[in-house]
Design a binder for this molecule. Structure first.
Ligand code: 48F
Length: 261
């Protein structure tokens, strides 16, 4: 077969454009492709909801690739090992209750399982704003990360979603946008982003599940963003809480979306 370069270009342009058009009005938009966002996407897609994930960087996986201090191993506790088992990720018992897994295998399996379940991933796209109508977030404002990085004066595009998940990790970017740009009160004790506390894995891993909540109509926080918004502890390279938080937000939104069908 003779390969036509223009056909290769057209295949990419037409297929991507169709994918983007197809995701302009969906059930759930996830901002951030770390372990929490990927896990949320997996469980929502598995339930057949229309869900897309927008990730600023070239690769999804967030902070999980590097394990702890670039030693590419992660630790999870017993509750979260069930999720790794479901993804087919190999684990070893280090000590009772502490399981280790290769971070590269863990991230790649999460991405594979989530996309196979039906999650659509858009990398290199940043959520730079939210869409708000009648005091409810109803979508995102997106731009190419390269535009953001180059500081180019180029306008973004909009997409609609019934719910948005802030899975942006430590910076909790969507929560900050709501607070700083919309000037709204978040559902925290102070009405604002409370900021994460110093490292204490035992406390942080418990509070992250509790803090996986709706913070403003239409917006839920998951993963490290949940502790950053509600003033929880950070926890370092134990990743069980991130996965469990992703699973919890998926289950909360499934219940909400079921009510809307
Ligand atoms: O940071 P990240 O991995 O968040 P997570 O899923 O997991 C946290 C752990 O990695 C680790 C930890 C373990 O104890 O604390 O830090 O909560 O992934 C967040 C992703 O969101 C992307 C960012 O590039 C990263 O890959 N992101 C952040 N802001 C935006 C964004 C944005 N505005 N638009 C698109 N992507």
């Amino acid at each position: 077969m003779k390969i036509d370069d223009i056909t290769v270009s057209k295949a990419i342009i037409e297929t991507y454009s169709k994918k983007l058009l197809d995701n302009l009005n969906i059930d759930v938009a996830i901002v951030g492709g770390g372990p929490a966002g990927l896990c949320a996407g997996y469980y929502l897609a598995k339930k057949k909801y229309k869900v897309a994930l927008f990730e600023r960087k070239l690769s999804v996986g967030g902070g999980m690739w590097g394990g702890g201090i670039m030693f590419n191993e992660i630790v999870v506790q017993r509750d979260a090992k069930i999720i790794l088992d479901e993804m087919g990720i190999a684990t070893k018992v280090y000590k009772p209750g502490y399981y280790v897994a290769g971070s590269v295998e863990a991230v790649s399996a999460l991405i594979y399982k989530a996309t196979k379940a039906g999650l659509t991933i858009f990398n290199l796209l940043s959520a730079e704003d939210v869409m708000v109508r009648k005091d409810k977030v109803c979508g995102l404002v997106l731009n190419w990360s390269s535009v953001e990085m180059a500081g180019l004066h180029i306008d973004p595009i909009a997409m609609m979603a019934k719910y948005v998940i802030d899975a942006t990790g430590h910076p909790a970017e969507i929560a900050h946008l709501l607070e700083n740009k919309q000037g709204v009160k978040l559902k925290t004790k102070t009405g604002k982003v409370m900021g994460e506390k110093s490292m204490w894995a035992d406390v942080g891993e418990k509070s992250i599940i509790k803090n996986t909540l709706e913070i403003y109509p239409g917006v839920y926080v998951s993963g490290m963003a949940a502790n950053a918004v509600f003033g929880g502890q950070r926890m370092g390279p134990i990743f069980g809480g991130m996965l469990l938080s992703g699973k919890k937000v998926a289950s909360m939104l499934s219940a909400k979306l079921r009510g809307k069908k």
